[in-house]
Ligand binder design. Structure first.
Ligand code: FE2
Ligand code: FE2
Length: 261
């Protein structure tokens, strides 16, 4: 299966024009497409199926409890299949049955371990204030975000650790937040704020054949070795903010091939 991955278009401020890549069998949107949701219309009539996870910016200034069903409805209306703590089975042109496992995942602030969690949560204050969201009518602070994130993590771990049921040949995980410090933005390195971008999901990566994510405004494509099996591959194909030059090196024609096992 050949996939096109788009994330972090930030069409609420950016002028990027998403185009289908010839040869892609599926488009994956890994979040931060448009904080206003208006640009979801651009994916109406896309030539191949479109599946998505939400990004944090899709919740800017919104109440989570209202935004989730509204976002789902908005995506449905544009032909986009939103995945949040959900799996989807698709069969590619070669007959390979692919299980897509999707969740925004959020950040649990444990990237650098429990001892450094308080520091990581303090560092999140700035972006949470900018985000200006509420959950259950309460201000979305680092504690509430961590609780959401842990729910996502528990679902993801249970789903990936469940014994194969014979219904799929390969597993693709889609998250907005990065699954490893290896997905960090090299501009920022290992500072506390990086725990707002990546989670220590390294033990889960070998349970996926391919892990697609966004949120980091840079590109990644790396392998995680698995004994006796082909390595897992992690890809971030974010566009980022053009006015900050974050799209430098972005390859709009990139196709990600999920190799049959
Ligand atoms: Fe982003
Ligand atoms: Fe993001």
């Amino acid at each position: 299966m050949r996939l096109q991955l788009l994330s972090d278009l930030h069409l609420e401020t950016e002028a990027f024009d998403p185009e289908p890549v010839p040869g892609a069998e599926l488009l994956v949107l890994a979040g931060d497409i448009d904080a206003t949701w208006d640009a979801f219309d651009r994916f109406k009539g896309w030539p191949v199926p479109v599946i998505a996870v939400a990004g944090n910016h899709e919740f800017d200034g919104r109440e989570f409890d209202d935004a989730w069903p509204a976002l789902r409805q908005r995506c449905d209306g544009c032909g986009i299949r939103l995945l949040e703590r959900e799996t989807l089975l698709l069969t590619d042109s070669g007959g390979q049955r692919v299980r897509f496992v999707g969740t925004i995942r959020w950040s649990d602030f444990d990237l650098f371990g429990e001892a450094r969690r308080p520091q990581a949560m303090r560092a999140a204050g700035y972006f949470l204030r900018l985000m200006g969201s509420t959950i259950g009518g309460e201000v979305l602070d680092a504690d509430r975000l961590r609780a959401e994130s842990l729910d996502c993590r528990a679902w993801l771990a249970a789903t990936l650790n469940a014994p194969p049921d014979g219904s799929y040949d390969a597993t693709v995980v889609i998250t907005h937040f990065g699954p490893s410090l290896r997905s960090g933005d090299p501009r920022f390195g290992s500072q506390p704020g990086t725990a707002s971008f990546c989670n220590a999901d390294d033990p889960l990566i070998p349970l996926a054949d391919l892990w697609l994510h966004g949120h980091l405004h840079c590109r990644h494509d790396y392998l995680v070795e698995r004994p006796g099996r082909a390595p897992s591959r992690v890809v971030c194909q974010a566009v980022g903010l053009q006015r900050k030059g974050e799209d430098r090196g972005y390859d709009a024609t990139k196709l990600i091939e999920l190799v049959p096992h």
